[in-house]
Design a protein around this ligand. Sequence first.
Ligand code: ADP
Length: 438
Amino acid sequence: MSGKNVMGTGSLQPSVSRLQQETQRLTRILEISQVLTSTLELEPLLQQILEAVTELTGTEAASVMLYDERAGDMRFVAATGRNSQELARQNIRVPITGSIAGTIFKTRQPMVIENVDTDPRHYSQVDRKIDFKTRSIMGVPLLIKERPIGVVEVLNKIDNAPFSVEDTQVLSTLAAHAAVAIENARLVNALQRAYQKLNELDKLKSDFISIASHELRTPLGLILGYASMLKEEAGDQVDEKLDVVLHSALRLRGLIEDMVNLRHIETGEAELELAEFDMRDLVQAIGNDCENLALAKAQSLTLRLPPAAVPVRADRSKVALALTNLILNAIKFTPNKGRIEVALYPRDEELWVSVTDNGPGIPPQDLERIFDRFYQVEPHMTRKHGGMGLGLSIARGMIELHGGRIWAESKLGQGSRFTFVLPVHGPPAGRSARTEPM
Ligand code: ADP
């Protein structure tokens, strides 16, 4: 009995230890996979991958080299083994022609060289520079979507045994991990650069708006001043050309004010001047102001207001600007004889205001984008309507300053509804606001 037992254990022993080794390898690879998904810092990650590769293949050293497009050669980005820190410190390069790494890179094939001294492709200068002796090399290409970007190599099996199939598997698996890490880091880098560029452009645009609006204001003020004076002097005999001048100058002033307002919102300079007022009164007043414009297009402009006053604590002129922009848009985009309705209704601690029209409507994919600066559904050059595409972003800015919300709903061909909601008692604590003296 006992003899049989011993025999049985004896034959199981090698496969048990093989299984143990395999488990250890897989656990290590799994560990690396977990690190890979949890960090975007490339160099420590590559270093960790190489340490695992060195350990699992039982080698003395490992390295990752990346192809440098400008120089046309390879440079070390991570390495383990004796004096490995020298590789990056001395900025050591490996040529594509006349090196094992270069051959792997060019052929995109793994390579095993058991004795580099007999291989003429071996580039021995690296050894000399860092005082290391390479005896054998196993390397695989680093591929991103089939495109080679570099090479991973392990050097010198510790027991001088030949490289095994398992070694190749470990190296290939971990090289694939390294390639993903490098690709991620490159993508993040590219994204950061694009973001930075975007910020610079945005600043340039803001500066331009700021300078242009400032420089335009003074001459425009003069035009408006003199035109108004001339109109007053002309009395009843006022020439309609003068009205055109005045009207155009006023429009120009509106556009400049839009740019200034937008800049104030963007830079966070916009401050609320809070006071208590009657929202019903404000909606009524703006409705009256816009009535003539609607009448000119034979549109009906209906106000649906509650029977009693609706007190709210807000910045009256900023809310007025938001509501005016919504009503003017409704008038502008709705064809002649269209219907526009402005409704005000208190709801709990909030105030809801909506502007509904039966105009052309807005495509679903544009419902959010129309609130972006300069965004217009119709292409600018071919559009029928005037405007810079700032009205809605200003309206959103003004409402959000109050801690409110604004959005659009629409059915193409049937019309649009814009709604904004304001907190009745003013913005929630923590928002910058100046309270008007009573
Ligand atoms: P502008 O009116 O100067 O173009 P806005 O920011 O006020 O800029 O509006 C952005 C875009 O949203 C408009 O160009 C238009 O395409 C769309 N839009 C706004 N209001 C309406 C509406 N009532 N009906 C249809 N489209 C609208």
